[in-house]
Design a protein around this ligand. Structure first.
Ligand code: GDP
Ligand code: MG
Length: 603
């Protein structure tokens, strides 16, 4: 182990610009994975990642590269997700490396997350190697994109490496650039140990397995480690490094190394991501600095369809939190849904991913309510309250002022789509702060729009509409930007004349009517017909503002179904069984999962 020849780096990019594919080629060229074992997006090991074709978790792997200078280098590669919800994963990955490959698609050019990730890397003072990728594409414009990188990000065009993760062209140049440009890690083996926990997993036999980046000193089996924030101590059992598809034990981890450890850690909360590990006999005097915990900005209720699964759900949430530090939850009760949890997320995709992981990795059947932002209520008596759940909004009579969260939104687009995008933003109650022309010529002229817009307005369908308005070319990024007053109302939804707390939502007064209309229509569509007609209503206070009806099941339809055709009857029963899992009975009415998300498509 020679520290001089370690290179720790991450791959960052806008979604779909080819990070994972490039990582595949790097794995192959460093012979970490044989051609026979190779499969696409090798590092995306979660089932969900493979199905959706996106990276959710950052993942680490150690590689050996024989460089042109005749020396063998140890690479620790950390692949990262690109979606805006997972910026937190990116920032954790960046805390563990010295350099990044900033990958830009040669046909798409610089996009919003390219810029956001670039700034994250810059904040860490990392070496940034710009890579123009996918140069094999017929629509590639590598030279133009290199100039765009220079103009927009200020990275000299002559530092750009041109490559194709698909064909392998230029990948060797990337590996040489990593050797030549990324500095070896600093840190002395003899100094008091300082290691950052950048991720962790839970193993039923070995307990919590923290993933660490060692900055100073070392960690070896038998060492007594101490967790900085809580003073808890553990005896290290094994340490090791990441190899493709496995955790490989080693004799120890020295300064600059990236790896894992086991120490019979049973309490999930004892080793939090972002914390520092040191050695009890000779502790470091300072923790790893500046690691902000992720702050959830979107909340939703998650309930087991079967009330008996409540404890299993809590257990699953605790375990998942280990692997997903941004996840937040506390118990909640709903009249309609029973006992469950209010969960905090970094965005809508994050919420969706968490629900899916809970169901798959922990074999649970769940009902989730529509995600909502956090509102702030100033009461007439001077108290301030955060409302994470629309059904908990206080009586309007007691409210002095209501505030909603805003974001600073950046949209990055070819010039020709600026008009329609501005129109969309106006509809979303956005206020323009800035408009910048960012160079490029003719069709490739780019514009950056900066807006302040209520977070709740861009939560649901904004990204999809932006994409379809711009034929896929516009991209966006946002950051939270505090609270502003808004004329907000709570809309109650009644099914069969009973208010259903889990369906309530908060909206701007001007939009409440159209959302309520869309919502009751959607509900009437997704709630299965019963033996009787079911009214669905939306109300503000005592005033009904929208109404629809789930028509009664016609007798002859039933008769037909349950007639002589046995196979059809069987099919129907099977279908019912499938659907049943996801139904919650509210009074006499069965309400499916879809209904609880109806507000998402009602805007
Ligand atoms: P990520 O989201 O940045 O990890 O991107 P992926 O590696 O998952 O790639 C996104 C899509 O682009 C996939 O369909 C890949 O097959 C494709 N892709 C990635 N790299 C290349 C490349 O160099 N050339 C071409 N033609 N396609 C690529
Ligand atoms: Mg990926």
């Amino acid at each position: 182990f020679v520290q001089e020849r370690i290179r720790n780096f991450s791959i960052i990019a806008h979604v779909d610009h080819g990070k994972s594919t490039l990582a595949d080629r790097i794995l192959q060229m460093t012979k970490a994975v044989s051609d026979r074992e190779m499969r696409e997006q090798f590092l995306d090991s979660l089932e969900l990642e493979r199905e959706r074709g996106i990276t959710i978790k950052a993942s680490a792997v150690r590689l050996f590269y024989e460089a042109k200078d005749g020396q063998t280098y140890t690479f620790n590669l950390i692949d990262t997700p690109g979606h805006v919800d997972f910026g937190y994963e990116v920032s954790r990955a960046l805390a563990a490396v010295e350099g990044v490959l900033l990958v830009v698609d040669a046909s798409q050019g610089v996009e919003a997350q390219t810029i956001a990730n670039f700034y994250l890397a810059l904040e860490h003072d990392h070496t940034i190697i710009p890579v123009v990728n996918k140069i094999d594409l017929p629509s590639a414009r590598p030279e133009e994109v290199a100039l765009e990188i220079e103009e927009v990000l200020g990275l000299p065009a002559d530092e750009v490496v041109f490559a194709s993760g698909k064909t392998g062209l230029g990948v060797e140049d990337i590996l040489e650039a990593i050797v030549g440009r990324v500095p070896p890690p600093k840190g002395r083996p003899a100094d008091p140990t300082k290691a950052l926990i950048f991720d962790s997993i839970f193993d039923a036999y070995q307990g919590v397995i923290p993933y660490v980046r060692v900055f100073e000193g070392s960690i070896r089996p038998g060492d007594r480690i101490r967790v900085w924030s809580n003073g808890k101590e553990f005896q290290v059992d094994r340490v090791g490094v990441f190899r493709p598809g496995s955790l490989e034990p080693t004799g120890g981890l020295g300064p600059g190394e990236v790896g894992w450890l086991t120490a019979n850690i049973r309490e999930i909360g004892d080793t939090q991501v972002g914390d520092t590990i040191t050695l009890a006999p000779n502790p470091t005097d300072a923790a790893y600095p500046g690691f902000k915990p992720a702050k959830p900005v979107v909340f939703a209720g998650i309930y087991p369809t079967d009330t008996q699964d409540y404890n299993r759900l809590r257990d699953a949430l605790e375990k998942l939190k280990l692997n997903d530090a941004a996840l937040n939850f506390e118990p909640e009760t709903s009249e309609a849904l029973g006992f469950g949890f209010r969960c905090g997320f970094l965005g809508l995709l994050h919420a969706e991913i968490v629900q899916e992981r809970l169901e798959r990795e922990f074999d649970l059947d769940l009902i989730a309510t529509a995600p909502s932002v956090i509102y702030r209520v100033m009461r007439s008596d001077g108290t301030v309250e955060e409302v994470h759940n629309p059904s908990m909004m206080p009586d309007p009579g007691t409210i002095e002022v209501m505030e909603e969260p805003y974001v600073k939104l950046t949209v990055y687009t070819p010039e020709e789509y600026v008009g329609p995008i501005m129109q969309l933003l106006q509809e979303k109650r956005g206020r323009m702060a800035q408009m910048n022309y960012l160079g490029g010529a003719g069709d490739s002229k780019r514009v950056e729009l900066r807006y302040e817009v209520p977070f709740g307005e861009i939560l649901y369908d904004f990204h999809d509409r932006l994409k379809s308005l711009s034929r896929g070319y516009a991209s966006m990024d946002y950051e939270q930007a505090g609270y502003q007053e808004g004329d907000l109302v709570k809309v109650t939804v009644l099914v069969n004349d009973e208010p259903v707390d889990a369906l309530a939502f908060i909206a701007h007064r001007d939009k409440a009517y159209s959302i309520a209309r869309g919502m009751v229509d959607k509900l009437a569509e997704v709630i299965p017909r019963q033996q009787f007609a079911v009214p669905v209503q939306a109300a503000i206070g005592g005033k009904i503002i929208a109404r629809a009806t789930v028509k009664a099941l016609r007798k002859d339809v039933l008769a037909k179904c349950y007639g002589g055709d046995v196979s059809r009857k069987k099919k129907l029963l099977e279908k019912q069984k499938e659907g049943k899992k996801r139904l919650k009975s509210i009074g006499k009415v069965d309400v499916p999962q879809e209904a609880f998300l109806a507000v998402l498509s009602a805007g």
